[in-house]
Design a protein around this ligand. Structure first.
Ligand SMILES: [Zn+2]
Length: 278
């Protein structure tokens, strides 16, 4: 072996060692880079704030509620901003309040805090309802469907102003029984977001009509609604007690235990709720 061969080998070995050292240095630098962060997860959305630029505090984590002040709803597989109203101030929770012909909601501008839009497959128009009532309602309508009855919602939450409009239209149309059919604004279970008017394709989805009383769907509801926490607020032959004419279409969510107690006692919802207060 010549001397020249050994010196070439030595130079090559030196160059390879040098390249390895340089590469190792950059690799170590890259792995320990201060900006290399794990991927953010969906559940922890962290937004940098102006304060973070001043290093006090470095980041602020926002909750889903802050990011979406209005509950997002899934409608036909698309997440939409909730179109239902949200309260402009803090109200007491009146979800289970006893309201009636002469029992008003204490705050006439009351808006429930958890209104959600019902899917159009179960409603005849865009209808909002308290989430507390919406979920059992969907369960009830699925059970009805399985038993062979298609039931739809024709009315849910109604604001004070909407209720005012409905009553004045009924009075203008010359209905002498307007106030026995339509609650005064501020006196309606609909304003609580816990009551629905129901209908069915068998009467062409007609809303709030006496025709509903003779349908198979109304009969199914009379036998089964209480199992899902819903009770007819204005039953037949109870007009003198409720102050309202028979409304086979109007159901209020009161929770399963209360609905069962009302169903078994034969009391009206008003009588039962009044009894709970005493
Ligand atoms: Zn109603």
């Amino acid at each position: 072996m010549s001397k020249k061969y050994f010196s070439t080998l030595f130079i090559l070995a030196f160059i390879i060692t040098l390249i390895t050292l340089i590469l190792s240095f950059f690799l170590v630098k890259l792995l320990h880079h201060p900006e290399s962060q794990p991927f953010p997860t969906v559940s922890s959305v962290t937004l940098e704030t102006e304060a973070s630029q001043a290093n006090t505090p470095p980041t602020q984590t926002l909750t889903t509620k802050e990011l979406f002040p209005q509950t997002p709803v899934v409608h036909n597989q698309t997440v939409l901003k909730n179109p239902c109203p949200v309260p402009k101030k803090d109200y007491a929770d009146y979800s289970y309040l006893n309201v009636g012909q002469n029992i008003a909601i204490p705050d006439k501008t009351y808006v429930p805090a958890d209104l959600v839009l019902l899917d159009k497959s179960i409603s005849t128009s865009p209808i909002c309802l308290s989430n507390q009532a919406a979920i059992p309602l969907i369960v009830m309508l699925i059970a009805a469907k399985e038993a062979g009855y298609t039931i739809k919602v024709s009315s849910g939450y109604r604001s004070y102003t909407t209720q005012q409009g409905i009553l004045s239209n009924d009075i203008k149309s010359g209905n002498p029984h307007a106030t026995e059919l339509v609650a005064k604004p501020g006196y309606s279970e609909h304003q609580l977001g816990m009551a629905v008017d129901l209908t069915s394709p068998s009467i062409n989805d007609a809303s709030a009509t006496g025709k509903f009383a003779d349908t198979k769907e109304a009969a199914w509801l009379q036998d089964n609604a209480y199992k899902y926490g819903f009770i007819e607020s204005y039953p037949e032959d109870k007009e003198e007690i409720t102050g309202y004419m028979y409304e086979a279409w109007h159901y209020r969510f009161v929770g399963i235990a209360n609905a069962l107690a009302i169903f078994q006692s034969g009391e009206t919802t008003n009588q039962y709720l009044e009894g709970l207060q005493n």
